[in-house]
Design a protein around this ligand. Sequence first.
Ligand code: GDP
Length: 320
Amino acid sequence: MKKALITGITGQDGSYLADLLLSKGYKVYGLKRRTATENYENVKHIKDEIDFLSGDLRDLTSLTEAVKIAKPDEVYNLAAQSYVGDSWKQPIYTGEVTGLGVTNMLEAIRLSNLNARFYQASSSEMFGKVVETPQTEKTPFYPRSPYGVAKVYGHWITVNYRESFNLFACSGILFNHESPRRGIEFVTRKVTDAVAKIKLGIQNELRLGNLDAKRDWGFAGDYVEAMWKMLQQDDPDDYVIATGETHTVKEWVQTAFNYVGLKWENYVIADPKFFRPAEVDLLIGNPQKAKGQLDWEPKVSFKNLIEMMVEEDLKRNSKK
Ligand code: GDP
C-alpha cells in the first residue's frame, strides 16, 4: 500500500487529492495546524480514513516528526497562506509559510533519507504582470503580490533541491482552480454563494472589486489528478496545469447570475475595498506539456464549473 502525506489536507485541493488517493488505495496522512476552532468541512466525508498529524510548515521539528510517522512514498505540499488579498496584510507570515515553509518540508524529506517523491503547489500568480501570453513552463516570472513572490521562492527551492540532492521533486504551476469547496474569500465562491443567497432572498447585494481581471479557471477535482500524475512519471519535472481559456471576473459574475435567472447589474456594487494594491490583469496558461507528457486534460468547462458551484451553494444556503 502506497503512503502519502498531504499538507493543507483540510483545504480545497487537499480534500480532493485525499479523495483521489483514497480511491486508489493509498494510506493518507494529513498535516493539520493546531487551531482554536477546528474546520473539517472539506474532509468530513473521509475524516475516519485519514490519519491527521499536527504540524506547521514553519516548524521543522513537526514536519520531521510527521515524515517519521507517515514514512510517505509521496509528499504533496499544498499548505500555504493562499489568499492573495491577505498577503499584503500579512506579508511576513505569507513569506514564512508559503515561501520558507517549502524549504522546511524539503529538509524534513531530505534528512529522513526516505526517497519520498515531492509535489510543490506552485501558482500562476508567479506570472503576475505577464511577460508572455499564453504562459508556459518557460515564461519568466513577474509576481505582483507578497503571495506571488513567496510562491516564486517555493518554486525555485523545489527545482534547486531536485538539482542539488537528486530529490524527485516536481513543481505544478496551477492556474486558478475552483470548486464548491473553494474558500469564500476567493471571488469565484464569493460570487456563487452570493448568487444563491440573493436567489433565496437572504442577501440583496454583492460588493466586488475589479471586474476586468482575466483568469484561466478550471475545476480543482481535475487539477489534483495532474498532481498525482506528475509523481508517477519516470523523471521529475515542472508542468503548467490550465484550461487554455481565459474569462473576465465579469463573465464569471454574469454566468452565475444568468443561471438563476437574475440580472447581475441589479445586485453588484463596486467597492474600492476589494481592489488590490497591484493587480494581475491577465492569466491564460498553455497546458500542452501536461497534455503530451501526463496525458492530462481538464474535463469541466467554465460554464459547468459555475453551475456546479451555484447548485451546491443553493443547497447549502437553503438548509440554513
Ligand atoms: P487570485 O487569482 O488567486 O487572486 O484569486 P481571487 O479569486 O482572490 O481573485 C481573482 C480576481 O478577482 C482578482 O483579479 C481580484 O482582484 C478580482 N476580484 C474582484 N472583486 C473581488 C472580490 O471581491 N474578492 C476577491 N477575492 N477578488 C476579487
